[in-house]
Design a protein around this ligand. Structure first.
Ligand code: ZN
Length: 285
């Protein structure tokens, strides 16, 4: 599942290809988008803005339409120059937006809706900029209050909840808990306000570090022994705990644990020594 940093980078590249240039072609396999385009042709309009909101991407057109897409597990947006060969089969194409230089192609994009500013405002699934960790308008105090309003939920599940914070995906979830020494199964209610605030602050810091221009597509939270031979290197070499089941903790050497967590059965990794339960118990059994 793409995390907030991936969507942010995708939105940035799409923005570079599309913003300010007149659209020449808009096509979609989704009837609702096609109908919108029939009524209010996008060709001739320009793209004013491309924005990431958590895991949603918004493409804002000069005529006031806003295309909101969510990539879920398998969706991808690619940018091509005209004549360049697509890297995915044509039958996966859901949306194409072209100008005289580029084609932005949404492949297998499972959710795509056309909005106006007003319908976007009313939509409860698409996060507000102030809950998006990567937005300049992120409001950390409000996010802290939303987190603390879920005392019974495990911290790792609460971090993933896009209505609490937008942008944390499954990799960052485990990494943020590790960096803060928090057992991922700890109930939010057992955290002090300071601990909860620190978890939010480091989620933002880690995500921001991963959208720097030179950060590439690899998620990096651990830079200790980062090797530069990126091609054959294991992606988990850049992470503290995610994907490292039974491997030694990079801080203390204990074996990293792995367990399925939450209603959505997402995998979680943690170090039993660096991230103890406050009462000394553990969930391993
Ligand atoms: Zn450890």
């Amino acid at each position: 599942m793409p995390e907030g940093d991936t969507i942010f980078r995708t939105a940035r590249s799409i923005g570079r290809a599309l913003i300010g240039k007149p659209i020449t072609v808009f096509r979609s396999t989704y009837p609702l988008l096609t109908r919108f385009n029939d009524d209010t042709p996008l060709a001739g309009q320009t793209v004013d803005r491309v924005e990431a909101r958590g895991k949603w991407m918004l493409i804002c057109f000069s005529g006031g339409g806003i295309l909101a897409s969510h990539l879920l597990m398998n969706g991808r947006w690619h940018i091509y120059r005209h004549g360049e060969r697509w890297q995915l089969p044509r039958f996966h194409m859901r949306i194409v937006i072209e100008n005289d230089q580029y084609q932005a192609v949404g492949f297998r994009v499972p959710v795509a809706e056309m909005h106006t500013a007003r319908s976007l405002e009313r939509n409860s699934k698409i996060p507000r900029p102030n809950s998006d960790l990567l937005s300049d308008d992120f409001d950390a105090d409000a996010a802290l209050n939303r987190l603390l309003a879920r005392p019974g939920e495990a911290i790792a599940d609460a971090l993933l909840d896009q209505s609490v914070l937008a942008g944390v995906g499954n990799v960052f979830k485990s990494e943020v808990c590790f960096v803060n020494g928090l057992h991922p199964f700890r109930a939010v209610g057992t955290l002090t306000r300071e601990e909860a605030a620190a978890a939010i602050a480091s989620a933002r810091k880690l995500l921001l570090a991963n959208v720097l221009e030179d950060s590439g597509d690899l998620i990096v939270t651990y830079r200790g022994q980062q090797r530069r031979t990126t091609h054959e290197s294991d992606p988990s070499a850049s992470l503290w705990v995610y994907g490292r089941n039974n491997e030694p903790c990079r801080r203390c050497g204990a074996a990293i644990r792995r367990r399925i967590q939450g209603d959505d059965a997402r995998v979680t990794f943690w170090c039993p020594c660096c991230q103890p339960m406050p009462d000394g118990s553990d969930v391993d059994g």
